[in-house]
Design a protein around this ligand. Structure first.
Ligand SMILES: C[S@@+](CC[C@H](N)C(=O)[O-])C[C@H]1O[C@@H](n2cnc3c(N)ncnc32)[C@H](O)[C@@H]1O
Length: 232
């Protein structure tokens, strides 16, 4: 479905995004994580981050599913000062690192990190929007279906779901992404969805889906799925 009901709100400049990302990278003490953060922000460059960020509400409670070390939770919190972020990740070590950096920013009031499978996490407060960045292609297909069903449970009708993922075409770009994903984690599962498959997966759980193709100078077939939960 491609109804044009989800409109972006532009408010970030490239200089501001760059300043925010540098601040985030420098906040990680461990050089391995700092190098990883640098590479991650190179892949998710300023333009891509701005393209994602423009859809997020500038206030309210945003859930970052599979937040890892918290890079993008920090980015979204630092780019709008009325935004509260909740980062949930199953990896306890990554969440501990994210909490350490949060203390440096003095953002304890506006960012919460929880170590949990998002399928099990019980939310105390309503969630206004969910971001899921490069997670779904890292889990088996059944797990991806369960996750999308969970997102539909968490969000109220009209709630926003932003899924940034990799599409399966052109295949040379997908092969490039596969190579880098394998370098990062050789044994981890990988399942790339063609954009039409991803639309079907999201629509099956009651989301209206709009595809936002993201052009990159690096050979990644990035796609942003801008989804709105439909009324039951
Ligand atoms: C490839 S990393 C992406 C991290 C971050 N979103 C980014 O873009 O840099 C995927 C993350 O999802 C987490 N994850 C996978 N399944 C999860 C689940 N069911 N609940 C919460 N986190 C999960 C993993 O631990 C990992 O940190």
């Amino acid at each position: 479905m491609t109804k044009n009901t989800i409109m972006p709100n532009h408010h970030l400049t490239e200089a501001r995004s760059r300043a925010i990302t540098l601040k985030i990278i420098r906040a990680y003490d461990n050089w391995v994580i700092r190098t990883y953060s640098y590479i991650r922000f190179l892949i998710m460059n300023m333009r891509i981050l701005e393209e994602i960020e423009q859809y997020l509400p500038t206030s309210g409670q945003i859930l970052d599913v599979g937040c890892g070390f918290g890079l993008f939770s920090f980015f979204f919190a630092l780019s709008a000062d009325k935004r509260n972020m909740l980062g949930v990740d199953i990896n306890t070590r990554r969440i501990a690192t994210a909490c350490g950096v949060r203390a440096k920013f003095g953002l304890d009031e506006r960012i919460c990190f929880e170590s949990s499978d998002v399928g099990d996490y019980r939310f105390d407060e309503p969630v206004d929007a969910i971001v899921v960045l490069d997670l779904l292609h890292h889990v088996p297909e059944k797990a991806a279906q369960r996750l999308v069903a969970r997102f539909a449970e968490i969000l109220p009708a009209g709630g926003l779901l932003l899924v940034k993922d990799i599409t399966a075409r052109p295949w040379l770009k997908m092969a490039f992404t596969w190579l880098l994903d394998k370098l990062m984690d050789f044994r981890g599962p990988l399942r790339y969805y063609h954009k039409d498959e991803m639309i079907t997966l999201l629509a099956a759980q009651g989301f209206e889906v709009r595809v936002h193709r993201m052009i990159d100078i690096l050979p990644y077939p990035h796609v942003l799925y801008v989804c709105r939960k439909l009324d039951d």
